[in-house]
Design a protein around this ligand. Structure first.
Ligand code: PMP
Length: 389
């Protein structure tokens, strides 16, 4: 059991032993037929994850930020317009990224912890002639989950491509590229993600799924502002992983295959339900300690929560005391730094992990001279978890 700590940041997430074992297998030639089979199987499961039956998936070395870049540069040309719909820090990241490639960017930003105004998105899309719109499924800075049922139609009515950042959502919340949001044409065109969050594999893979309209956007162009990130260079490899373009991360693909097998063995529906229940239950348990998520339950994410400290709890002291007990959580970003912490409840984590986590939080609060009803917090966590499974 290599895991010595309870890694409850919003990714990377705890890695299961079977995945570590896969990662540690002997490195093969990337052209070896046995590796080609593993890579092919991984790609097939990635297509299933997004129900991406008429497009293509790309799995390459890199992190989520590279997958954001792949999504943008292959769909939007310099001088064309992109609308960034942002629920926080990671939504905002699309703006400098797109500007670096000479793309014209408009933004709609939500107040942190709240949803954007969908009517404003629809109006802006109608008037703005955007080539594409980015939406971050769960913004990791705020723990807000975007409402795709409202946002996909609001965007797709205008004909713009819908690009979904699933870095903090994929494999925990449904991202179905065949789903019609009220009209056969209203579908998600691109989902981009990384390996290290709800998929439960170490960091290192950029994963991007392109639907047919997004592939056509690339096809219609002579070239794009990238070489490694140009999906046209990767298409032959994703269709036949025995071909070479750039050396694939062989051991990470072993780990990814195992990680995706674990996801598929659990079943997507079960996995989505488990995450929804965990999210609600972790927030309910923490609330017993007087710790409240900045997002209300209607907009709060199944995958992570950004939680305000009660009066008088020092962020650095709280997190370092927890870390000394082996539980790692994250600080907050921007204006919330010092006022809130972020706790991930995503990937291959269990009810038992959070019973332990709530116990450690209670212990730590008591050490800091605060009241803490540990028994009550754990009871409430279990009650809400079981009620929502
Ligand atoms: N988008 C979201 C929603 C994220 O949470 C993150 C990482 N926290 C990123 C993009 C960037 O991913 P990476 O750090 O893997 O480059």
């Amino acid at each position: 059991m290599p895991n010595q700590e309870l890694l409850l940041i919003p990714g990377p997430t705890p890695v299961l032993d079977d995945i570590y074992h896969a990662l540690a297998k002997e490195t093969m030639a990337h052209t070896d037929a046995r590796f080609v089979k593993i890579f092919k199987h991984s790609l097939e499961m990635t297509r299933q994850l997004f129900n991406n039956t008429d497009g293509e998936v790309f799995v390459v070395s890199g992190s989520g930020t590279l997958s954001m870049e792949i999504a943008i540069i292959n769909t939007v040309a310099p001088g064309e317009k992109l609308l960034v719909v942002s629920h926080g820090y990671f939504g905002d990241r699309f703006t400098p990224l797109a500007k670096a490639f000479g793309i014209q960017v408009d933004t709609i930003q939500a107040e942190w912890g709240k949803h954007v105004d969908v009517a404003e998105v629809e109006k802006k899309c109608t008037e703005g002639h955007y080539k594409a719109v980015t939406v971050t499924h769960v913004d990791t800075s705020t723990g807000v989950v975007a409402n795709l049922d409202e946002l996909v139609p609001a965007v797709k009515k205008s004909g713009a491509l819908f690009i979904l950042d699933g870095v903090c959502a994929s494999a925990a919340i449904e991202e179905d590229m065949q789903k019609e949001y009220g009209n056969p044409d209203y579908r998600i065109d691109v989902v981009l993600t990384g390996s290290q969050k709800a998929i439960g594999v170490p960091p290192g893979l950029a994963i991007v799924a392109f639907g047919p309209k997004a592939l056509a956007a690339r096809e219609s162009r002579e070239g794009v502002q990238g070489y490694y990130a140009d999906i046209k260079n990767w298409l032959p490899i994703m269709q036949n992983p025995g071909k070479y373009y750039a050396t694939p991360p062989v051991n990470m693909i072993y780990a990814f295959e195992k990680g995706m097998e674990i996801v598929m063995a659990e079943g997507l529906e079960t996995r989505y339900r488990r995450h929804a229940a965990l999210g609600k239950a972790v927030r309910a348990g923490l609330e017993v300690y007087g710790m409240k998520a900045i997002a209300s339950e209607e907009v709060a994410a199944p995958t992570l929560s950004c939680v305000l400290y009660p009066e008088g709890v020092n962020d650095a002291e709280f997190r370092s005391k927890l870390a000394s007990k082996g539980m790692i959580i994250a600080g907050s970003l921007a204006s919330l730094a010092g006022k809130a912490f972020r706790i991930g409840h995503l990937g291959n984590v269990t009810r038992a992990d959070f019973v332990k986590a709530l116990e450690l939080v209670g212990e730590t609060l008591k050490e800091m001279g605060k009241d803490a009803d540990t028994e009550g917090a754990i009871k409430e966590f279990i009650r809400v978890y079981e009620a929502n499974l």
